[in-house]
Design a protein around this ligand. Structure first.
Ligand code: FRU
Length: 463
């Protein structure tokens, strides 16, 4: 199948004149050889951050940053998937289109919260001026009939607090002590990331409170995509950073995300940190957003991508990136444990590795590896075109190595990622591989590594 590719000016919002073209692109993308079976990807074009995640009115809503016209970061819309079970997804035509002057450069990231019977969608109205960005936050309201309308008095926040740059974005609204609070990411004019707090009594009118002190944490030069949930009485805060320096094995991607476990104090503008770590220790991961599922359990989706990436086949595919599987969260020994539900896992055929060479005839599989040896190397692919998982149980080190893949990408950030664990304590690896989308769960969710890989064959051998 082929499709005629059209070029558009970078900040073109979709309109009825593009309907036919987007439909053709979508049909074309359905035949892509790189299409995962179980991960969410855009119908066409580029997908980045998950937005507006909610279980609302009996259904899950996953919005996402979407540039429909091609596999590049252009005019951002909010694409929209709906599901009853977090497994089967329907593409919804009810999307956010940057149609107004105040959002002339895109509808950027944000979250959602139910107020009354409506779902309030908060987002950043991206507005560029010759002097730089002018920060504007906006609101759209989805009613129970799933129709979305922009709030007439947008932007709801239209100011730059003193000392901060114009790059203020990614509202995350939550309830606390009977009020609404909104986190925003940003940075100071002298280049230090800031977590910004606003307060509201009704979700429409917002007042600046100040910036949250983060106990001296290195937050890079800008914070993006804040997100918070409560687990067993503890606050779990996700922050995504631009410009965080690597520390040992951690923070080697273009941009990095951490989780903080502790206590948020909105009155005193502090987050007391009890534990902190890189959320995902792989390569292609950023900007996760947390929410509560049907059972009121905390879950998150992450963006299966990071920054501006050139991936193999993106130009011929006409789509790029996706989302991780939904990850359930819990806390054990001051550590965030991340797992997928049994339902999510049941989509995959499981191969429990018992030895020898296994040739898989499927592009998507779950490989469960009980770790009995002290040292082992799991190779996926042929020797000259493979990725490897190296386990050194004696020294407590695991390495995911992409250096032997024929199709290399993003090498400027390194070709391997490592993590440490208590020596002798690694007992199980679970690799969910979904046609180029890999999620490796270590010791049942003590750590996760997200990565893309494009090996031609999927022979598995372990030494
Ligand atoms: C993070 C991010 C957000 C922004 C969005 C734009 O990946 O840069 O800060 O709102 O992407 O697409």
């Amino acid at each position: 199948m082929s499709v005629e590719i059209k070029q558009f000016e970078k900040y073109t919002p979709v309109s009825s004149e593009h309907t036919e073209y987007i439909k053709n692109l979508t049909e074309y993308c359905k035949c892509s050889a790189r299409r995962p079976a179980f991960h969410m990807i855009p119908p066409c074009g580029l997908m980045n951050d998950p937005n507006g995640l909610a279980y609302y009115n009996g259904q899950y809503h996953v919005f996402y940053q979407w540039h429909p016209f091609g596999p590049s970061h252009g005019m951002k819309h909010w694409g929209h998937f709906i599901s009853e079970d977090l497994i089967t997804w329907t593409d919804s035509p009810e999307i956010l289109i940057p149609s107004e002057e105040y959002e002339k450069n895109g509808c950027y990231s944000g979250n959602s919260i139910q107020i009354g019977s409506d779902l309030f969608l908060y987002y950043t109205a991206n507005y560029k001026s010759p002097q730089g960005k002018i920060p504007k936050q906006a609101l759209a309201i989805m009613s129970p009939d799933e129709k979305i309308r922009k709030y007439a008095n947008n932007p709801i926040i239209d100011e730059t607090p003193e000392g901060l740059t114009g790059e203020i974005r990614d509202p995350f609204v939550f309830r606390r002590n009977g009020s609404f609070y909104m986190f925003l990411g940003g940075g100071t004019t002298d280049g230090i990331g800031r977590l910004i707090l606003y307060k509201s009594d009704n979700g429409f009118a917002w007042n600046y409170q100040g910036c949250i002190a983060l106990s001296g944490l290195d937050v890079g030069r800008m914070i993006e995509c804040p997100s918070i949930v409560t687990i067993d009485g503890k606050d779990v805060l996700f922050l995504s950073f631009i410009g965080k320096e690597p520390e040992g094995d951690r923070y080697h991607n273009a941009f990095s995300t951490v989780y903080l476990i502790g206590q948020l104090d909105v009155e005193n503008l502090t987050f007391h940190i009890e534990a902190c770590d890189e959320l995902d220790k792989g390569f292609d991961f950023y900007a996760p957003q947390a929410f509560y599922n049907k059972e009121n359990k905390p879950v998150y989706f992450g963006w299966f991508g990071c920054g501006v990436q050139e991936l193999p086949h993106m130009k011929e595919d006409m789509w790029i990136h996706g989302l991780t599987m939904p990850r359930l969260m819990s806390i054990r020994n001051k550590r965030l444990i991340q797992n997928i539900s049994e339902k999510t896992a049941a989509q995959y055929d499981t191969v429990v590795y018992t030895g020898g060479q296994v040739v898989l005839d499927k592009n998507s599989f779950h490989l469960c590896i009980p770790v009995c040896q002290t040292n082992m190397v799991v190779q996926i692919g042929q020797a000259e075109d493979c990725f490897k998982i190296r386990v050194d149980n004696e020294h407590g080190k695991l390495t995911l190595d992409r250096s032997s893949l024929l199709e290399q990408f993003c090498q400027e950030y390194g070709v391997s990622r490592s993590l440490s664990f208590d020596p002798g304590k690694l007992t199980q690896l679970d690799l969910y591989y979904d046609n180029t989308f890999g999620e490796l769960f270590i010791n049942k969710g003590e750590d996760v590594m997200t990565f893309r890989a494009f090996p031609k064959s999927l022979v598995i051998s372990i030494n």
